[in-house]
Design a protein around this ligand. Structure first.
Ligand code: PMP
Length: 356
């Protein structure tokens, strides 16, 4: 085939596009399918966006989002802003990490079922990936932290979503540290949902230069529409990642908004409490109506029914304008992942499920 008829790199031929959850724009859907926050973002965010817009947008933004990094370092109790690199959503941060550490023919590792994007990022690099399967109770086998039996020197990076998606389960910081110490490569702990959990691994980055923690403003800060995420690691690691990122990967409005958001600690604490209370209710009610529910430390719940078809339940809910996520993991199993919405949204969903 000539280059003209197929100009794309060979690796694209075996790839499929990463398919995110359904995102109807407008309409009256109750949206419980992509783990967004059902409540509006901290009020300080809107004021910050307006004031940044009024200041004018004719100049390029601050390339390193310094105001955000200063505020985030303070809020999170980090030694300083040089422990943070900001990006256009944590998906961009994951891309930067893979581009920086995993080359063609090399390999990354992920648990399964987990966030499928990691595999797509490996594919884009022309790299390989290997999966460690959770058991049916979402325990991660020790093999996840071990060297590969074949060609371990090719293993360049491991991803651990913690809390995991779709399960909402967590490993403790001690368990994560033990994995990081055993692994022959760096470990990315994807903490997209950590604000909803009882523990997080932030302190570990100070102990181990091979741990990278990623965070997002899409979930606990209710800013999925803004696109803002970041990675925390030791400053010499952050400096290397800075070589890979686009010059102006975060725009001026997003930087202003994200800075205001991470300064809104009281808002965050209130919001997280509300979501956790609704999550507890969801877990109880789903159990009452016959689901096997995995106890969650995130803003969603993974549930499986012993007799009923998950696909059909998903479709019936959709007919009633309620979107949840039907997930089918070949050779592992399927189920429903339901995001924690407002109490009213969750009640509407639970009522229909109880009638099915
Ligand atoms: N990591 C995990 C585990 C996720 O579920 C998501 C949300 N799809 C992300 C990262 C990406 O979040 P965002 O790009 O919105 O920051």
């Amino acid at each position: 085939m000539s280059v003209k008829s197929n100009p794309f790199r060979a690796t694209l031929a075996k790839m499929h596009p990463y398919v995110p959850g359904e995102q109807p724009q407008g309409g009256k859907f109750i949206k419980l399918n992509t783990n967004e926050n059902p409540y509006p973002a901290p009020p300080a965010v809107t004021a910050a966006i307006i004031s940044a817009a009024q200041a004018g947008l004719q100049r390029y933004p601050d390339p390193t989002a310094s105001s955000f990094r200063r505020q985030a370092a303070e809020t999170l109790g980090l030694p300083g802003p040089d422990w943070i690199l900001a990006g256009n959503g944590s998906d961009e941060i994951l891309t930067i990490l893979v581009r920086a550490m995993v080359g063609e023919g090399e390999r990354l590792r992920l648990p399964y079922p987990s966030y499928i994007l990691y595999r797509t990022l490996a594919d884009i690099q022309g790299a390989d990936w290997e999966q460690t399967e959770f058991d049916k109770d979402w325990k991660l086998p020790a093999a996840f932290g071990e060297a590969s039996s074949d060609g371990e020197q090719k293993l360049r990076l491991a991803f651990l979503p913690n809390p995991n998606s779709p399960s909402g389960t967590v490993l403790t910081p001690d368990e994560v540290l033990e994995i990081a110490e055993r692994l022959p490569c760096p470990l990315v702990v994807d903490e997209a949902y950590a604000d909803f959990a009882e523990t997080n691994c932030l302190k570990l980055v100070e102990q181990n230069e091979n741990i990278f923690i990623t965070r997002t403003l899409s979930k606990s800060y209710a800013l999925a529409g803004l696109r803002f995420g970041f990675v925390i690691a030791q400053p010499h690691r952050i400096a290397e990642l800075g070589k890979i990122k686009d010059s102006y990967n975060c725009d001026a409005l997003s930087i202003a908004a994200a800075t205001a958001a991470v300064g809104s600690s009281e808002w965050l604490a209130d919001n997280v409490q509300k979501i956790k209370a609704t999550r507890r209710r969801m877990e109880q009610k789903l159990t009452e109506i016959g689901f096997k529910v995995t106890p969650s430390q995130a803003n969603f719940v993974w549930c499986q029914h012993p007799h009923k078809s998950h696909k059909e339940m998903y479709e019936q809910l959709k007919k009633s304008q309620i979107l949840v996520r039907y997930m089918d993991f070949p050779e592992w199993g399927d189920g429903l992942r339901i995001s924690v919405g407002t109490d009213d949204q969750v009640d509407a969903c639970l009522m229909l499920l109880a009638q099915m």
